[in-house]
Ligand binder design. Structure first.
Ligand SMILES: Nc1nc2c(c(=O)[nH]1)N[C@H]1C(S)=C(S)[C@@H](COP(=O)(O)O)O[C@H]1N2
Ligand SMILES: [Mo]
Length: 515
């Protein structure tokens, strides 16, 4: 197959771009599909917190860009929860649409794996075949030439092509920037938002100016992609649509101008129609069968998130001066009478029940719990919706409690049961008390603690008094507040709907939360 084996630039010159290798045709087409999924699922993620900040404190009302009319301020008369900030975006633009952050993330991280694999294969083939010469400028003159080309376009003229290539200098430069700079940048800026990476390597996230700037840049990168796609398509249309379409679809154009055009038109449109159908089916399926979608996508996404969570232990040490003036709250405090009584008695009657697969089940008062040891640090909290805030946390390492109760070897997960009944605090078709589980490998990390103190004060009610979990390598939803009881279990299947947590059960979040 000479088309596949087209080995170098001279071959390309000789054929005068009438032959594209098949890997290029397939890679380009697959990219259309994966990019569509990346952008749509990215918009779903964005809809959960459609505002952008310059500082990791995310001061409410101080966003540099807000894609919603509603403003929440730090001085609001009514208490609000960050979940109230979610917007419902249409399934036409967002995948799957209508407030489904959990599945949006599943789609994003699954598509990511395909997109990266496809991109890596594409780049490898570019270099293996010599086709890199069509995309990598080898002379600085590309810049003045590109400026000149833009001048042509501004005067409604078509600039001359690079000899032997189907495009001009500014097009080549834009392909280079998109493939070799913008695409890797999107992956790197995305990684800077991962709580596991930010917890283990805070310097990495700082390279991007912090999590919120990384998030802003990631969004602007997406915008740049969309602009590129629009302009790129326009350029192809302006320059030589029939021939370029044909060679991009069939891999070749025969010498007579327009030969093969009909086949290319049919195949190309069928391909694009296929992309639309796949996208519509994915949306419909996700909305119709969210649990199955969570499970199916989880096959690819969970090992990926799990590996990051397992390997990277948080080593954050921020300074007191880094502490955020305002720390959002997520989840309304327990409205029940038993909790109100505990609060009224200053938690003197509170007992933390610890049981399950342990040698010595216990019911610990706060003083008994405190006696198990003290750890404190200043860390950045990363909510799954997108906001962050820094605080100091003090409490007992979970590992100390585990040693005290004697965890049996069969125990594989730790379950934390909370006082807040979501059917009451959230309504909206929600049910059951909040709970969460973590795998054993997160339980004995140094920055996994039962916190009783925040910024040097006893834990405030809204942040989880009297005891909450902190796991600094994970997203916020794993850190159960208002803990009533802890149970060591072999399996999470029998708890709640069996997905390993209230948000996993009801919002289809993934159980590992390292990204
Ligand atoms: N019991 C309980 N714990 C909870 C929640 C909740 O709704 N109920 N929300 C979680 C989420 S999504 C986040 S981001 C953090 C928020 O902690 P904060 O309110 O102290 O900021 O708590 C987590 N723990
Ligand atoms: Mo959250």
């Amino acid at each position: 197959m000479p088309a596949i084996l087209a080995t170098n630039y001279p071959v390309l010159l000789a054929t005068n771009y009438k032959v594209f290798p098949i890997w290029l045709v397939i890679g380009h087409f697959a990219n259309i599909l994966f990019m569509l999924f990346m952008v749509r699922s990215g918009l779903e993620i964005l809809s959960a917190f459609p505002k952008f900040y310059l500082s990791d404190d995310c001061p409410p009302g101080k966003e540099w860009l807000r894609l919603t009319r509603r403003v929440y301020s730090a001085e609001a008369a009514h208490p609000w929860s960050s979940l109230d900030e979610e917007e419902s975006w249409s399934p036409v633009i967002a995948l799957p649409g209508r407030k489904n952050l959990g599945l949006g993330r599943h789609w994003h991280f699954m598509s990511l794996q395909f997109w990266v694999a496809n991109g890596a294969a594409y780049i490898a083939m570019l270099f293996a075949t010599g086709w890199w010469r069509t995309m990598v400028p080898t002379s600085w003159s590309i810049f003045p030439d590109s400026v000149r080309d833009v001048g042509y376009y501004l005067m409604f003229k078509i600039p001359p092509k690079i000899p032997g290539m189907p495009f001009d200098h500014v097009q080549m430069l834009s392909y280079f920037v998109v493939v070799f700079i913008l695409a890797p940048f999107q992956v790197l800026s995305g990684a800077a938002m991962s709580p596991s990476i930010a917890g283990r390597f805070p310097w990495y996230t700082r390279l991007f100016g912090g999590r919120q700037r990384a998030r802003s840049l990631h969004f602007l990168g997406m915008c740049a992609f969309v602009v590129f796609i629009v302009v790129h398509t326009a350029m192809v249309i302006i320059n030589d649509l029939p021939n370029l379409w044909t060679v991009m679809v069939l891999g070749h154009v025969e010498s007579a101008p327009y030969h093969g055009q009909t086949e290319a038109l049919i195949i190309g449109f069928l391909g694009l129609f296929g992309v639309v159908v796949v996208s519509v089916v994915a949306t419909w399926f996700s909305r119709r069968y969210p649990r199955r979608t969570q499970r199916l996508l989880g096959i690819m996404v969970n090992p990926f998130e799990g590996a990051l969570s397992r390997v990277l232990a948080s080593r954050q040490r921020y300074r007191w001066s880094d502490i955020s003036p305002y720390f959002r709250v997520n989840g309304y405090p327990p409205p029940s009478d038993d909790y109100a009584e505990l609060v009224a008695g200053d938690f003197a009657d509170y007992r933390l029940e610890v049981g399950g697969l342990v040698e010595r089940p216990m019911a610990l008062s706060l003083d008994e719990l405190r006696a198990l040891g003290e750890e404190s640090y200043i860390a950045k909290h990363n909510c799954i919706q997108g906001w962050s805030a820094i605080a100091q946390w003090g409490g007992v390492p979970l590992a100390n409690l585990m040693a005290a109760v004697g965890v049996q070897p069969e125990a594989r997960h730790v379950a934390f049961y909370a006082f807040d009944d979501k059917a009451v605090t959230e309504g909206e078709g929600r049910s059951g008390y909040f709970y969460g589980t973590i795998p054993m490998y997160l339980a004995d990390k140094p920055q996994t603690i039962l916190a009783m103190e925040m910024n040097g004060e006893p834990l405030p009610i809204e942040h989880g008094a009297p005891v909450r979990l902190r796991i600094e390598s994970q997203l916020g939803f794993k850190m159960v507040k208002w803990i009533r009881a802890i149970e060591f279990v072999a399996d999470v299947d029998a708890i709640g709907d069996g997905q390993g947590g209230w948000r996993e059960d009801q919002q289809f979040y993934s159980n590992a939360a390292g990204i």
